[in-house]
Structures are given as C-alpha cells and as structure tokens.
Design a protein around this ligand. Structure first.
Ligand SMILES: [Zn+2]
Length: 160
C-alpha cells in the first residue's frame, strides 16, 4: 500500500512538471516563420528579417504565432555599422513593416530594433547581432539561429 501511494505521488509530481514545461516558456527560441529572428513584444511576437535585397522587414504575430498584420506600431531600425550608424525608417505594408532603405554594407555589426506599440508609447529596444552567414546546424542565418538554447550552452558552429 505504501509503495502504491509513493508511486502515485511520483506520478503527480511528474504530471505537474510536464504541465509546467509545456506552458509559456520565455527561454525557448521560436523559429521565425519567414526565416527571421523572433522577439517578444507586447501582446505577442515580432519577426525581424533581413531580406535578400537587404531591406529589413518586421512582421507581427500574436502569442499563438498567428500573423496579426500591422496595426498602430511604430518601428525603426538603427544599424551600428562600422562605417557609421544608419537609421532605417520602416513603413507599413500589407502584412507588416518594410524599411525604405537597405542596411549598410557588410555584417557583423549590432542592429537595434525599436518597436512602439503606438505612436508615443514607451519603446521596446531589441539588440540583434547581425551575422548574415548561414548556421551549419539549423541552416538559418546566424542572426536568426535557433540552436543557442539547445546545444547545452555553447553556440555551436560559431567561430569568433
Ligand atoms: Zn543554428
């Protein structure tokens, strides 16, 4: 009887642990549906993507990662390129936001993505290290790599 009780308790503990890990986990890296980098914003997520033409696009998703389309957000990108800082204004498109101009030459520099939920709202700043090369493990661009949390601490394939 005692054994049965103990294993019942153990099962309960296991069950609640499983529920906890299936909940909203802020440590998990979400792969961007378009191949970009996902950041958490008020009410959901935003995907930062450098297009092949080097313009920056930002797409908004709800908590469930369903695209929500652009609303009243104000988005700017500051590229801290070696040649100097470049500020990119993003304008609203049918499914998100797109920069009017392209990123400065090269990569390996810091990009600051600034998102305001509405004009005049407190900005959220996201610092992204822009590396354009492809990660050998997940086949995504390094700035959007999703391996970091799964390789046990080290960022596999990185050679800095
Ligand atoms: Zn990777």
């Amino acid at each position: 009887m005692k054994t049965l009780l103990t294993s019942t308790l153990a099962l309960l503990v296991l069950a609640s642990a499983a529920v906890a890990s299936d909940g909203h986990d802020h440590g998990k890296v979400i792969p961007g549906p378009k191949g970009g980098r996902i950041v958490e914003v008020e009410g959901g997520h935003a995907e930062f993507l450098v297009q092949p033409d080097r313009k920056v696009s930002v797409t908004f998703y709800g908590e469930d990662m369903k695209a929500t389309g652009p609303s009243e957000q104000v988005v700017t990108v500051v590229a801290e390129a070696p040649a100097g800082k470049a500020k990119l204004e993003l304008e609203k498109t049918a499914d998100g936001f797109l920069s009017r101009t392209v990123l400065p030459e090269g990569d390996g520099y810091r990009i600051v993505l600034q998102i305001r939920a509405t004009e005049g709202a407190k900005p959220q700043n996201f610092r992204i290290d822009y590396h354009a090369e492809t990660c050998g493990k997940c086949s995504r661009a390094e700035y959007a790599c999703i391996c970091a949390e799964e390789s046990g601490g080290g960022h596999g394939g990185h050679s800095h």
